[in-house]
Design a protein around this ligand. Structure first.
Ligand code: EPU
Length: 433
């Protein structure tokens, strides 16, 4: 197993370009199953999650060809209705093939995905939505058997106790674009990744209005055609790089940092006293070297346009080194604090109180062997390692590889002392942790 060794203390300098958004490309790949015509997707990030989604498309019967330069051609002339548990178990997000299968076929069989380390993650809203659209769903030995033969447009309210659902909105959208009649998705997720899916579906011939708002109106069409589409840049990767520049007191320009996708996050950078400059609608320069004093802040994660849950772990690494008391409250995944015990090992002072992390800034962190538990927690540990004194060894970085393309190569290019090594390269006293 690979590990990252980081020797902290180097200020990062230079330019970095973020890849295509993981959470946009997964539903976009799934959407190609809605047509028997070829679709070309560009800017697909080379991540384990995207490779895995491609494997699922092939399993469903699609021909998937690499065109080079992160572009893929997908042709789903025939689609088979069953997705095996073996595939869904490995990547929760594979549930987003459900809407595409329902939109394309009269029946589908998909396993219930189960929970994951960041929370329970039910799919009750997806199921409720499909039922509203006329599907009947039976649960048989962990498999959902969906009869979509009576699919039709309807009013669907997708709000749950944590707000709307990103993948749920994607699933209902993909079913609704082929459902005869009009569908209204009320309390739809507004995330840029959902907007991206809407735009690709429109390019494929779907009729959708209200894109980017919580009320989507879809007029079902009989057929969708192929299209060429470019995935939006990854706002979470962009935000992570901006924080890397800030925590190391560096000067980093992030290409593909779309300010319009990062409003709440940039507002918190500003409030925390991290200077940055928006050079163009998709280029932001962070001036960690110009930080005078960092200020403690409160963050509450919320559905878009609120502060994204996928950036809270990374921001907590910065706040761990910010004098004063900061509070992060999780309103999407109340238990998403798996990074905290590892930051404590590095000398942070953080207490968890219910859905909040109370962070008392310390003057310095010290390097330590730490364990990544999920994708964003891994990124938080890398951030902490970049700023810590001494050596940090981040283990289980397969989590990181799910969402960051060649992260350590990019950071090394910016001047970080970071290398990917084998687990067995760790100092013997750390082995076995
Ligand atoms: N929820 C329900 N019922 C449902 C669906 C969701 O109660 O039927 C709850 C969830 O348990 C959670 C909240 O609603 O508390 C939001 O869940 P949502 O469905 O929006 O999350 P998701 O679609 O499963 C996507 C991203 C996550 C990101 C969340 C929130 C993908 C593949 N994943 O998940 O990304 O955290 O939206 O923005 O798009 C990540 O990239 O690290 C990641 C976890």
């Amino acid at each position: 197993m690979d590990v990252l060794r980081i020797r902290g203390g180097n200020a990062l300098h230079g330019e970095v370009t973020v890849g295509g958004a993981k959470n946009a490309c997964l539903p976009l790949l799934a959407a190609t199953l809605l047509t028997d015509k070829p679709c070309v997707l560009r800017n697909v990030p080379d991540l384990s999650d995207s490779r895995f989604m491609i494997e699922i498309l092939r399993h469903q019967g699609a021909t998937v060809e690499p065109l080079g330069g992160n572009a893929w051609r997908i042709t789903a002339t025939e689609v088979q209705p069953k997705t095996p548990y073996e595939l869904v178990r490995k990547m929760r997000a594979s549930i987003c093939v459900m809407g595409a299968l329902v939109g394309r076929l009269s029946h589908a069989e998909i396993p219930l995905p189960g929970g994951c380390v960041i929370g329970q993650r039910p799919i009750d809203l997806h199921i409720k939505g499909l039922k509203k659209l006329g599907c009947s769903i039976e649960n048989h030995a962990g498999m959902m058997r969906i009869d979509a033969s009576k699919l039709r447009g309807a009013y669907v309210f997708l709000g749950g106790r944590y707000g709307s659902t990103v993948t749920g909105t994607a699933n209902i959208l993909m079913a609704a674009v082929r459902a005869p009649g009009i569908t209204h998705i009320d309390c739809a997720a507004c995330e840029p990744e959902v907007q991206d899916l809407c735009r690709m579906l429109v390019k494929m011939g779907a009729k959708i209005s209200g894109i980017g708002s919580p009320m989507l109106e879809i007029e079902g069409v009989e057929k969708l055609h192929g299209c060429e589409y470019t995935v939006i840049p990854d706002r979470i990767e962009a935000g992570t790089h901006l924080l890397c520049g800030a925590i190391t007191r560096g000067d980093v320009t992030v290409h593909g940092a779309v300010a319009a996708h990062l409003g709440a996050f940039l507002d918190k950078m500003d409030e925390a006293g991290i200077p940055f400059e928006t050079l163009s609608p998709s280029d932001i320069r962070v001036r960690g070297d110009m930080i005078k004093t960092l200020r403690p802040i409160d963050i509450v994660t919320l559905p878009h346009p609120g502060f994204p849950t996928d950036l809270q772990a990374q921001f907590s690494a910065v706040l761990a080194l910010t004098p004063g008391l900061s509070i992060i409250t999780e309103r999407i995944y109340p238990n998403r604090f798996m990074h905290v015990p590892e930051l404590l090992r590095m000398g942070a002072d953080i207490a968890i109180e219910g859905p909040s992390a109370i962070i008392k800034g310390v003057p310095a962190l010290s390097g330590a062997p730490v364990m990544a538990s999920d994708l964003r927690a891994s990124a938080a540990l890398v951030l902490a390692g970049l700023a810590a004194e001494g050596e940090t060894w981040v283990q289980r970085i397969y989590h990181l590889d799910r969402g960051y393309e060649k992260f350590e190569v990019q950071l090394a290019h910016l001047g970080a002392d970071i290398v990917r090594l084998k687990h067995t390269d760790m100092p013997s006293e750390f082995l076995g942790e």
